[in-house]
Ligand binder design. Structure first.
Ligand SMILES: [Fe+2]
Ligand SMILES: [Fe+2]
Length: 276
């Protein structure tokens, strides 16, 4: 097994149909970042579909559990528009280098085609589709994780169900690393519980812990931020990207690149495209 040279983790995009075009541009910045850095592996950590129409915390009654707060907020959203928002976000990211690839293909430069190993980890906001079908089976003909899997497979991304860990280079990736009751394991407990390096999303914050094993290998637990709209951030949200290099047997070196740094680099390019 060879090390993964460069792995990009990006999680919790929370694309929403009510965002402005300007807010949506963060997905283009991300596409340009990927096209420049060319990670050989990309892990989308889940929750790129925000799905507010199905969110019980926003008062949705479409899921088996009852709405808890802000009754009515979910009613302002539309199931299909929610679906389109997540799909459009992914297409905006991929569109940047897919267009480059098309140029290379036409010019006969097949060696320049960029084709990373890409994974999508189902988040709890994508699980809304499955939960909604328990109460309303007909919702499955509108939106479902089968439809998401088909869409993502069509653009070269492999789906990983929420209950599974993706193991790459000795690191366990999952939207939420759950405890025995299905609750997220807190950052301080991730290494003692999982006994291996791990990365997760869901909290939208950033944090890391490390432990040096008896054999000298460094194992890390990282909660890797989010890619939410810069206009919708909570006080604990840390928007940004996690770049991991030489990932092997759970060891790697890494940096967290804040979203505003990515924006500064690519905003001028993407703003021109958005205005066109
Ligand atoms: Fe999230
Ligand atoms: Fe989540």
């Amino acid at each position: 097994m060879r090390p993964i040279k460069k792995l990009l983790w990006v999680s919790d995009g929370h694309a929403c149909s009510t965002e402005s075009a300007q807010e949506f541009e963060r997905f283009s910045w991300l596409g340009h970042f990927i096209a420049k850095e060319k990670p050989d592996t990309i892990v989308f950590g889940g929750d790129f579909w925000d799905n507010p129409s199905l969110n019980t915390h926003k008062g949705s009654t479409l899921l088996p559990s009852a709405g808890k707060e802000a009754p009515g907020a979910a009613a302002k959203h539309d199931i299909l528009k929610d679906w389109n928002a997540g799909r459009d976000a992914m297409m905006k990211i991929l569109g940047v280098f897919k267009a480059d690839n098309e140029r290379h293909r036409k010019a006969g430069h097949r060696e320049r085609i960029y084709d990373p190993d890409a994974y999508y980890l189902e988040g709890n906001h994508e699980e809304f589709w499955t939960r909604a079908r328990i109460k309303h089976p007909s919702i499955g003909s509108l939106v479902s994780n089968e439809a998401a899997i088909e869409f993502l497979n069509g653009v070269g991304i492999q789906w990983v169900p929420a209950r599974e860990k993706l193991l790459l280079g000795g690191v366990a990736f999952q939207h939420i690393h759950p405890d025995g009751r299905g609750q997220p394991i807190v950052l301080n407990s991730l290494l003692p519980e999982l006994l291996m390096s791990n990365v997760s999303g869901h909290t939208h914050g950033y944090g890391e812990r490390e432990k040096i094993r008896a054999d000298g290998k460094v194992q890390r637990a990282i909660v890797g931020g989010c890619w939410k709209s810069p206009e919708r951030l909570g006080t604990k949200d840390r928007p940004g990207l996690l770049l991991m290099e030489d990932v092997f047997q759970g060891e790697f070196h890494h940096k967290f690149i804040p979203q505003h740094v990515v924006a500064r680099e690519y905003r001028s390019i993407t703003w021109g495209l958005a205005a066109a």
